[in-house]
Design a protein around this ligand. Sequence first.
Ligand SMILES: NC(=O)c1ccc[n+]([C@@H]2O[C@H](COP(=O)([O-])OP(=O)(O)OC[C@H]3O[C@@H](n4cnc5c(N)ncnc54)[C@H](OP(=O)(O)O)[C@@H]3O)[C@@H](O)[C@H]2O)c1
Length: 278
Amino acid sequence: MMQAVQNIEPLKQLPKVGFIGVGAIAEALITGMCAAGERRATFLLSPRNASISNGLAGRFPFIRVAADNQAVVDGSDILFIAVTPQIAADVLGALRFRPDQSVVSLIATYDMARVRGLVAPASTIARLAPVPAVARRLGPLIMYPAVPAVAGLLEGLGQLIQLPNEADLDALWTVTGLLAPYFGLLDETAAWLVRQNLDGAQARMFVAAIFEALSVTAAERSGEGFDKLREAHTTPGGLNEQSYRELKAAGWMSLFSRALDLIQARMQGRATLADRLP
Ligand SMILES: NC(=O)c1ccc[n+]([C@@H]2O[C@H](COP(=O)([O-])OP(=O)(O)OC[C@H]3O[C@@H](n4cnc5c(N)ncnc54)[C@H](OP(=O)(O)O)[C@@H]3O)[C@@H](O)[C@H]2O)c1
């Protein structure tokens, strides 16, 4: 007797995604993409950093570690480049790309023209900056230009902001240089509490809770303007009025703009790591 033929849906072909450079931000991005075992692509990783690459491959069956960087390029349709700017030109210069490949560069200080020259003849190129919280599917991801196949891979990982020009990307990317100063502020504040004899863990929890509440408020009410939120958190003659006035008079607020000017200049190749605040 003949068996009934079942309608089996053809398996969807998953994109083949490669990573050259598997360090802090690549690990965060891959972790975000694979959260809860979600299989949105197959991944081929460069062997460095061995412990991170092997660790990711051990966690997810659809991630493999290649023998070398060229094997990653050869086995991938979409390549993420996440090596540091100091070595990126040498690393990319040694590889042979194909015209049909898409390349997503995470290298902060390499503009589109420089990346394009290094990965030719690959012709679809995007620049992308996630933040480390992408591992938990939080925070913004900024991308220029919009490349639908890449955007599809990043869906649900946070707020994907696709930009129409490279200057906008560089300006937003510059602001990601404030992550360490932010934690520096939290650390300074918690350390001050410890000097007042509070327990360190309690101090850190308290400081984190305050800034978490402020961040939620800022995100929910950003449409109002941050100056309005500052005013809303200032009682005339109160503690906040005094601390803001004093910090502003000491140049603390304008220091942020000057630091951003410096980082933007570095992004655009007009300054180096050795340069100081303008
Ligand atoms: N961190 C962020 O939040 C962030 C955000 C946006 C963009 N980015 C950009 O992402 C890139 C990587 O930053 P990161 O913070 O992730 O740096 P990282 O942790 O130092 O990662 C770089 C990785 O490249 C590996 N590597 C070194 N030589 C290599 C080679 N020849 N071939 C392949 N891989 C090699 C390193 O391995 P070893 O450890 O064995 O040396 C390391 O694992 C940078 O260009 C940065 O501008 C970073």
